[in-house]
Design a protein around this ligand. Structure first.
Ligand SMILES: Nc1ncnc2c1ncn2[C@@H]1O[C@H](COP(=O)(O)OP(=O)(O)O)[C@@H](O)[C@H]1O
Ligand SMILES: [Mg+2]
Length: 286
């Protein structure tokens, strides 16, 4: 067993990732630094196309980084991807549930893939169905589920393997407020039990309610990182919406409307360590 010192659950330093095609190279992450302490929730915010899903892809070993170091649950994602995979769960932006199967069948499928064993697998599936309020719908095809039920099942599938670190890519997009709250409760329960969570979201209110720390991704880097209150204070903002707008809007022409606020939490290194790589592997997330 490799040593897993009680350090951060996620450590990212100088992460670079580009997509390559015949048209050329499209840099998406250009030096991302991020640390997520174990047993906490960090929300990764950023405008559409900022690279949130790409970052989750690299952290969950689905995509290879071009440069930088990424450690998850104490293991390097490039050197030891299997060890990372054994400790994480991922709920993608696109649902992984199979419409033609029932809720219980979807969960059993994951349990089988993880070789939980018949008895342990059944127990785990029953527990999760109960916990997510899906017991009554367990025998129904997922095609008949509401959006909220599908998301719950998706999260339940992520938890079959009892992961230490969970990645949730826009877990509540498109959910009604009640379903969103139910998912938040589930996330809080997971964290209370010691799980580490990195979630991406478009809902700043969600980050504000749920996250211990918020990281704003823009221009390929983490441009701000702190607790919601720290970010609000640093940007003299009443809400994370205002912080987000201040950080990610294209800079306005200098017209004397600056408000004199500082951004003490702004980070970003200029290490220029971007290595070129010849990877031409097909890179799709799902
Ligand atoms: N498989 C891919 N091949 C090429 N370009 C991609 C691929 N996936 C994402 N991109 C591009 O990378 C950028 C970041 O995308 P993404 O990580 O999905 O951002 P976000 O999740 O923040 O919206 C976008 O410009 C997107 O078009
Ligand atoms: Mg995305």
């Amino acid at each position: 067993m490799s040593p897993t010192a009680p350090g951060p659950a996620i450590e990212v330093a100088g992460l670079h990732k580009s997509y390559r095609s015949r048209a050329g190279e499209h840099p998406v992450l250009t030096g991302v630094d991020l640390t997520v302490p174990a047993g906490t929730v960090t929300a990764l915010l950023g405008p559409n196309g900022a690279g949130k899903t790409t970052a989750v892809g690299v952290l969950s070993t689905l995509l290879r980084p071009d440069a930088g170091t990424v450690r998850v649950a104490g293991h390097d994602v490039v050197r030891d991807p299997d060890a990372v995979r054994a400790r994480i769960g991922v709920t993608g932006q696109v649902s992984a549930v199979d419409d033609l199967l029932t809720g219980a069948e979807n969960l059993r499928l994951v349990a089988d893939l993880l070789h939980l064993g018949r008895a342990a697998g059944r127990r785990r599936v029953t527990d999760l169905l109960d916990r997510f309020g899906l017991a009554d719908a367990a025998g129904k095809r997922v095609a008949t589920y509401s959006g909220g039920m599908r998301r719950k099942l998706d999260l339940a599938m992520t938890l079959v393997g009892e992961p230490d670190v969970v990645f949730l890519d826009e877990p509540t997009t498109g959910l009604d407020p009640r379903s969103r709250r139910a998912l938040w409760d589930e996330v809080r329960a997971l964290v209370a039990a010691g799980t580490t969570i990195l979630l991406t979201t478009q809902y700043l209110e969600e980050a504000d309610h749920l996250a211990d720390a918020v990281a704003v991704l823009d221009g390929g880097r983490v441009v701000a990182h702190g607790t919601p209150d720290e970010l609000k204070a640093a940007h003299d903002a009443g809400s994370l919406d205002d912080v987000f707008l201040a950080l990610t809007e294209p800079p306005a022409a200098t017209d004397g409307t600056t408000d004199g606020t500082t951004s003490s939490t702004t980070s970003g290194t200029t290490d220029g360590t971007h290595e070129t790589s010849e990877t031409t592997e097909k890179e799709t997330l799902r």
